[in-house]
Design a protein around this ligand. Structure first.
Ligand SMILES: Cc1cc2nc3c(=O)[nH]c(=O)nc-3n(C[C@H](O)[C@H](O)[C@H](O)COP(=O)(O)OP(=O)(O)OC[C@H]3O[C@@H](n4cnc5c(N)ncnc54)[C@H](O)[C@@H]3O)c2cc1C
Length: 465
């Protein structure tokens, strides 16, 4: 059996899909040729970057899978306007390193605005397709960081998309999960690289929004709140570490070594999160408090350690009956309802048998541009990583909890992120993403031969029929 043809996502490993063929185009010409060849053979095409989405968005049974991670070119930075054209397969660490290398000796150095937290080796194409966000304060999702991109459609034609050219495609493709074609390159809006001071305090969930709003008013650019995951404590989802990042004078000297959690620290934290959820918060908050007032760069402070295949070790250490992994979910609620939502979520999660392994709260500003916008208003974003056992009962337990959390977010006028699973009920999809049906219609319009297919798209097409 050709193992390369059985694909799965990197984090949850719950989306095993057998594709017909895997191709690794390394130029726009090769992407066009691959699509034209698939069209001539009437084969459907699926698209992947670094394979981190968890709802089967990258793979379709029997499709030709285009793995775009070799499209890694980077043009020269436009030093006047802070723009750069980058290959869709480029990942964040390489992008940041290359930007810095190009600008050695410049007084003003341009770099990225935001990226995901918790994982770095994610491609630009995958990031656009999910319209991602990071821990920016007063930031919109990634569409706001994009000036233009190039898209190859189902017949191999090339389209430049921006707010001025092919505007509807621009809004559909960003946050469109590969349904409209292959993004080959992206023109990013950059921001001047700044020195930031990390400010840390331990606080409670009621204080999170006012405290972050206060930090924003004082000029902080980034921030988040990592909460206690100890379900046996009254602090569960209530007490947490609030970190924010304030620009400081450029003349401040940067430390030689960044104070940060390394691989061994993360291994310990992951072990504790599975075995001693009271202690993990103590260790984590002690570390963060010890880094209060440390200096970081605005781009590299967004990088973090991701332990590949860490769950195999967790399973081994606890003698797991069946393999497991963490499934992520992200819920959104209007900011004034954050504490109310978390209170009810704590009751729900305490009564279930699915442990929370990690959780954080961030803020997002309204996205008025993307078609399938998840940030329909300025929301508080709540992320839960839930331990999920890979047997029928374990998957059912997690999916039930995820659906209950979505119901709770909807009760407060919120929503959920489409990237992490496809376990939502039809009524939940329709309520949280009111333009989904219209989105599917626009896909049919732009991709009338159904060239681009994934398990995620097939699922939603059938669900909303
Ligand atoms: C540990 C972890 C932490 C995360 N943290 C965050 C976070 O902080 N914020 C956040 O917003 N998200 C976060 N995510 C989700 C992540 O940002 C998305 O899953 C993102 O799409 C992953 O990029 P990728 O390169 O792995 O893409 P893939 O998973 O390979 O693909 C994702 C989607 O993008 C499409 N796609 C990929 N490349 C292209 C292309 N060139 N052209 C057209 N379509 C393409 C695919 O078809 C698919 O629909 C996290 C995920 C994990 C596992």
């Amino acid at each position: 059996m050709n193992m390369e043809l059985t694909c799965d996502d990197k984090h949850s490993k719950l989306n095993s899909t057998r594709v017909a063929k895997v191709l690794h185009p390394s130029s726009e010409g090769e992407v066009i040729a691959a699509i034209q060849e698939a069209a001539a053979a009437d084969q459907a095409v699926s698209i992947c970057g670094a394979r981190h989405a968890m709802g089967g968005q990258q793979f379709g049974e029997d499709t030709v899978l285009l793995d775009l991670s070799s499209l890694t070119g980077l043009q020269k930075v436009d030093l006047e306007n802070g723009r750069v054209e980058a290959g869709a397969g480029l990942m964040w660490p390489e992008l940041i390193d290359s930007l810095l290398a190009q600008q050695v000796g410049q007084e003003r150095v341009w770099s990225i605005r935001q990226k995901q937290t918790g994982a770095d080796d994610l491609t630009l194409g995958g990031s656009l397709a999910a319209n991602i966000h990071g821990r920016g304060l007063q930031m919109r999702p990634m569409i706001d960081d994009v000036e233009a991109f190039t898209l190859i459609d189902g017949s191999g034609c090339r389209h430049r998309c921006s707010r001025e050219e092919n505007e509807e495609l621009f809004c559909l493709v960003i946050g469109g999960y590969g349904c409209f074609g292959v993004i080959t390159s992206v023109q990013l809006r950059l921001t001047p690289r700044r020195k930031l001071e990390r400010l840390v305090e331990i606080t409670t969930i009621e204080r999170v929004v006012p405290a972050l709003e206060d930090r924003m008013a004082k000029g902080c650019l980034y921030g988040d709140f990592q909460f206690s995951i100890d379900e046996s404590s009254s602090d569960f989802l209530k007490l947490g570490v609030l970190s924010s990042y304030r620009p400081v004078e450029p003349s401040r000297e940067m430390p030689k070594e960044r104070i940060d959690l390394g691989t061994a620290d993360w291994e310990e934290l992951i072990h504790l999160a599975h075995h001693d959820r009271a202690k993990v918060f103590q260790v984590y908050s002690d570390f963060y408090l010890s880094s209060h007032q440390s200096l970081y760069w605005s781009d590299t402070h967004q990088l973090s350690v991701y332990l590949e295949d860490y769950h195999a070790k967790v399973d081994h250490d606890c003698g797991a009956r069946v393999p497991a992994s963490e499934m992520i979910t992200e819920l959104y609620v209007p900011r004034e309802h954050l504490a109310g939502f978390m209170d009810k979520a704590a009751k729900l999660l305490r009564s279930g048998s699915v442990p929370v392994i990690y959780g954080t709260v961030r803020l997002i500003e309204q996205d008025e541009e993307s078609f399938l916008a998840w940030a329909r208003q300025g929301f508080a974003c709540i992320i839960f990583n839930l331990h999920t056992e890979h047997d029928e009962a374990g998957i059912e337990r997690s999916s039930e909890v995820f659906r209950a959390l979505i119901d709770l977010a909807l009760e407060f006028g919120g929503s959920y992120y489409l990237t992490y699973h496809r376990w939502a009920r039809k009524d939940q999809v329709e309520k949280a993403h009111p333009r989904f049906r219209e989105f599917l219609e626009r896909k049919e319009h732009y991709d009338s031969t159904g060239r681009f297919q994934s398990e995620w798209w097939r699922h939603h097409r059938d669900l909303l029929k």
